[in-house]
Design a protein around this ligand. Sequence first.
Ligand code: UTP
Length: 475
Amino acid sequence: MNSASLIRELASAGQEQVLQFWSQLDPAGQKKLAGQVAALDLRLVAQLADGYVRNKPPAALPKDIQPVQVYPRRPDGKQKELYRRALQRGQQMLREGKIGAFLVAGGQGTRLGYDGPKGEYPITPVKNKPLFQVFAEQLLAHSRDFGRPIPWYIMTSDMNDGPTRSFFTKHMFFGYDEKNIFFFQQGMMPAFAMDGTLLLAKRDSLALSPDGHGGSLRALHKSGALADMRCRGVEHLSYFQVDNPMVHCIDALFLGLHDLTCSEMSSKTIPKSRPLEKVGNFVMGDGVLQVIEYSDLPRKLATQRNADGSLRLDAGSIAIHALRVSFVERLNTGGQLRLPWHRAEKKVPYVDEAGKSINPDTLNAVKLEQFVFDAIPLAQNPIVYTTERAEEFSPVKKDKGSDSPATCRRDQIRRAARWLTEAGVTVTMKNGKPDAAIEISPLYATTAEQLRQRKAPIHAVQTGAKLYFGANGIE
Ligand code: UTP
């Protein structure tokens, strides 16, 4: 785009200030800024400035909010046959190569404050393996067990794409066949000043940040990942986030239930630990399955109890989903992904009209993101399946306190101890916690059941031990 057409386009969107330093930029700077502007959908930018920045969208809570019917972790009498068939179906789909793994790792990880992609963060309790390796080993184990490599789609963003790829290359893809990994980048969204104008981070660049995990559904299409799935015969994606190493990246029963119930988007839930826990809430809102964010659910509803004392709305969302590839294709027809935008007021560094860099100490900007769970109301037959917190959820969000590396390592040890105990191994407890550091590589066992079948070569874990089960046993 030449500068005349850039000016014209930006002016039509009310954003001509983006070029205020244009005449002072060298050709490289001009090229960079022009490239960023060309990547924007300026019509959308104008709509968003009006609908989400200058004016706040009205809170759109459903009128009628009811609990959601969930599939239990263990089937009751009537469901036993369905679960048996679902497990078989899931296993069959894995043997036939119909399942792809989908990791979203494009976030900024500001709360953790780690300098690099979050997936590099060392997280296992004995070997300190990085998050990426934990997922790679799980997927390798399942590929081995089902005799078919699982294609792995990894979404990054402009903020971490290069370092993520280098990390995988440096670690020889953790043993994964490189041709079965598909890296792609999500889109970026510019930050708006409160008056709706786009902020410049530098004279030659916009203040950009990733467009939210919901942007993954657009990026899957734009990047050619969906086309790759079609070529490989992948029909479903198992979606998980980079910050939860406890996730079962592949769960044959869950994937089978998703397929057998003809669901286009399925989700795992856990009972909330407390009424105001900071997780999304699965609800039936005006008859439609959806997630209401914790910040949007009125306190009165969040704390409501049933006659037996249990929480009325207790289905927490842990960002684990199964997605039908044809559903993601459908969401992208017509060129626009019709998910709502979520508005957050932030402190965003910028350059002012005089070209001075400002690090604001008050909220000065609006960032907009899309969330993947907003696709659920658009899906046919969506289902929610219950899992256990102790088995699958301990995210790494902050450097200290709850949801930190320390709590995540503690929860990994607890799970390993439980799996061993169920396999008949004695684990000494001290103050309610295993009195040892234990790590089980997914290459040794991906579930408690698999661990039982492998017949652990010990009867008891020594007090204070550091114990690691690698692919071939204790190392
Ligand atoms: P979070 O909501 O925790 O956001 O992401 P974040 O950006 O990683 O961290 P903070 O809020 O800055 O501390 C949950 C998951 O969604 C991915 C993240 O990488 C993580 O796996 N994500 C988030 C994206 O892939 N893209 C985004 O734009 C946002």
